[in-house]
Design a protein around this ligand. Structure first.
Ligand SMILES: *Cc1c(COP(=O)(O)O)cnc(C)c1O
Length: 451
């Protein structure tokens, strides 16, 4: 029997044939897919959100569940043929509840941005007041920015951080009492301090507001007890699954002790309202293959190996922050309490220049903009650096210092020529690139395996 007429009976048959077919029948696409694997192995990501999904998560996402249309929740579907979709969604829900000690978990949101909109639309009316962290202080677009749905559909009020990069809780309280928002949003994208969820809840209670915590950036630290959990402090918690949880692109909606209360102004319990907000509120059928991948990632997140990885995230972040400060770089707040290091750049090197020059040498970082910085977010005045990939690569303390040393040596050789343009001698750039590549080969991305 020719290979391409063999029946496909198992997931393994599918994946094997899929890879073979891509290679023989769509070489153009196959070569791009291979090139991306190579790129990820040969470049060093210091992007604070980055974590590589492991092979089992990738394999789960490439499953026949992609073909299943299931509107509704397990056991209450609008379609037939949902038996395995029900099982996989129930498994993902159970794992999310267990991992985060949540009473409620919704696993259908296509992304964390969607999850945030779903929560907001379920709890607030258009035009209601929302209080969230300002984008240029480290908040997320969906928390209050005028550029996003939140800012456009609600009256968005914004709080920020002090010069030490700590949330100004007194300002949050003052704004909450003055504006009486329907919802307060906490959680950040570029923030290096521990979030005080209890304090946020106290403010929300005092102001008669609901509290939404978005832990997209710190979900792994929360899940392993290295950051306080908002599950019972917030009315609702959201997270994406593709940052610290090393899962597929997607979102989770979680709730703790408030899951079964009837919030004033709502028709039913939070649990019911949240389910309806996703479907039929804002989404149609979920991506069941992605729910399978979420289940895989959540299962892995309960393993001792993931716990050890999150331990390395914390120790590596401290190690790198210390190494940058030892090289006279300004680290906002003088260190980090999570995975993120906020670096202030000087000497005319903008975030944009640092990002481009480092990328040319194989190091991927994200530029950031300090509070009050007037230049565009495409320019930036600093870098937001994270420890996720370093921890996944098992880069030890000596390796961490080598990484920081490389970043500092590269930036030390860069001559800025404006906001985006710079010069870096090609021979030096090539030398740095080879050094980065050697480091990456010495520390391959192998977190799913023992070393
Ligand atoms: C990354 C991030 C998101 C967005 O996640 P998507 O799934 O890409 O929409 C939401 N909130 C915070 C705080 C984030 O850092």
């Amino acid at each position: 029997m020719a290979a391409d007429t063999e029946p496909l009976r198992t997931q393994a048959d599918l994946l094997r044939r899929g890879l073979a077919d891509l290679r023989t029948e769509d070489a153009e696409l196959a070569s791009i897919l291979d090139a991306e694997v190579t790129r990820q192995h040969r470049t060093l990501s210091l992007v604070s959100s980055s974590c590589a999904a492991g092979p089992r998560t990738l394999a789960a996402s490439a499953s026949a569940l992609l073909n299943v249309t299931v509107e509704g929740t397990p056991g209450r579907r609008h379609h037939a043929g949902c038996e395995n979709a029900d099982r996989v969604e129930s498994l993902a829900i159970r794992r999310a509840q267990e991992l985060f000690a949540a009473q409620y978990a919704g696993v259908q949101s296509h992304s964390a941005s969607n999850a945030n909109y779903q929560v907001l639309t379920s709890l607030a009316e258009p035009g209601d007041t929302i209080l969230g962290m300002a984008l240029d202080h480290g908040g997320h677009l969906t928390h209050s920015s005028a550029l996003a749905f939140t800012g456009a559909n609600y009256k968005a009020i914004r709080y920020g951080t002090t010069s030490q990069g700590v949330i100004d809780y007194d300002e949050v309280r003052k704004l909450a009492l003055a504006h009486r928002p329907r919802i307060i949003i906490c959680g950040a994208t570029a923030y290096s301090r521990v979030l005080d969820f209890q304090r946020f809840r106290a403010i929300a209670d005092e102001a008669g507001a609901l509290l939404l915590a978005d832990i997209s950036h710190i979900a792994g630290l929360v899940a392993t007890g290295r950051h306080p959990s908002p599950i019972d402090a917030a009315h609702v918690t959201t997270t994406c699954t593709h940052k610290q949880l090393a899962g597929p692109r997607g979102g989770l909606i979680l709730s703790g002790r408030d899951a079964d209360i009837k919030v004033p102004g709502l028709r039913s319990t939070l649990r019911a309202v949240l389910d309806q907000a996703v479907f039929p509120g804002m989404q149609g059928a979920p991506a069941v293959n992605m729910i399978a991948a979420k289940a895989a990632a959540l299962g892995y997140a309960m393993s001792p190996r993931f716990d050890a990885c999150m331990g390395r995230v914390r120790s590596t972040a401290d190690e790198m922050a210390g190494a940058f400060m030892a090289q006279d770089y300004e680290v906002v707040g003088g260190g980090t309490e999570n995975h993120t290091i906020l670096l202030q750049l000087r000497g005319g090197i903008t975030g944009s220049i640092a990002e481009s020059a480092l990328e040319a040498c194989g190091i991927i970082v994200s530029k950031k903009r300090a509070p009050g910085e007037t230049r565009s977010s495409f320019v930036g005045d600093g870098l937001c650096i994270g420890a996720g990939s370093i921890a996944q690569r098992h880069i030890d303390s000596q390796g961490c210092r080598q990484v920081v040393d490389l970043v500092c040596r590269i930036l030390g050789q860069v001559t800025p020529l404006g906001e985006h343009k710079y010069s870096l001698a090609p021979a030096l750039q090539e030398m740095f690139r080879l050094e980065v590549e050697a480091l990456c080969l010495r520390y391959p991305i192998t977190d799913y395996r023992d070393r």
